[in-house]
Write a protein that binds this ligand. Structure first.
Ligand code: NAP
Length: 246
């Protein structure tokens, strides 16, 4: 149970982030839902959590901006005075073969997926160090573990998340803070709904369990890593991918 814990989930207006926010709230955490563009969807997540008796706050912030993240965490600290759990989930794709990839598409993906996580950890770790406790969970990807043709920017950002996770785990362990990553395989969200049926079929063939994951599959692992039960786990990247990376 996460009763009374203060949790920030980035990119929680849709998909995996939404499922993580709902799960953490169901476990008793007060959840701060960060969104960038999808205000209406974020409002719906808030309504859903409140309808089940949960406590939630919405904050708009583009995680790719250092200043925007600073403001978000100032607001959280002003209202709640502490941060127990950070889930770095916000992410985008801009796929294409590297030879044709624009600098803008490379930068946009790295700025959101990797630098966004750096920004959030930068501000949250200060509060967690003072508290001498905390849980940081970074969402990587099977693409960061194995590489994936057509996703040089995305795979680089997600492999970067793995290095960031292991390094932060080492830097923060002595302060009672754990830092872990989750590497999802293909999960049924808007990010993968854009794939053609042929690509989805080919992808499914690479998954030993024979199906795409559900956002809840990832949320269950995030809730476990955020809990007391995971107190002795740090610096790990846990694949939740139906066996794809075996
Ligand atoms: P999604 O359905 O496209 O949702 C992405 C979320 O990230 C949205 O809530 C979006 O918010 C938010 N976001 C994007 N840019 C942002 C920014 N600059 N600042 C703040 N929030 C931002 O994607 P998803 O499938 O749930 O993916 C969630 C995470 O899991 C990502 O890190 C993704 O790389 C990772 N992942 C996904 C899969 C998969 O198969 N789906 C597999 C492996 C890893 P707004 O709409 O409000 O902008």
């Amino acid at each position: 149970m996460l009763k009374g814990k203060i949790a920030v989930v980035t990119g929680a207006s849709r998909g995996i982030g939404r499922a993580i926010a709902v799960k953490l709230a169901a476990e008793g955490a007060v959840v701060i839902i960060n969104y960038n563009r999808s205000k209406d969807e974020a409002e719906k997540v808030k309504e859903q959590i409140e309808a089940s008796g949960g406590q939630v706050k919405l904050i708009q912030c583009n995680v790719a901006s250092f200043e925007s993240c600073e403001k978000m965490f100032e607001e959280v600290m002003k209202e709640f005075g502490r941060i127990d759990i950070l889930v770095n989930n916000a992410g985008i794709t801009k796929d294409g073969l590297l030879m044709k990839m624009s600098e803008d598409d490379f930068d946009a993906v790295v700025d959101t997926n990797l630098k966004g996580a750096f920004h959030c950890i930068r501000f949250v770790s200060r509060a967690m160090i003072r508290q001498r406790s905390g849980r940081i969970i970074n969402i990587s990807s099977v693409s960061g573990v194995l590489g994936n043709a057509g996703q040089a920017n995305y795979a680089a950002s997600k492999a970067g998340i793995i290095g960031l996770t292991k390094t932060m785990a080492r830097e923060l362990a002595s302060r009672g803070i754990t830092v872990n990553g989750i590497a999802p395989g293909f999960v049924d969200t808007e990010m993968t709904q854009v794939l053609s049926d042929e690509v989805k079929e080919a992808a499914t063939k690479q998954i030993p369990l024979g199906r795409f994951g559900k956002p809840e599959d990832i949320a269950n692992m995030a809730a476990y890593l955020a809990s007391e039960k995971a107190a002795y786990i740090t610096g790990q990247i846990i694949s939740v991918d139906g066996g794809m990376a075996i």
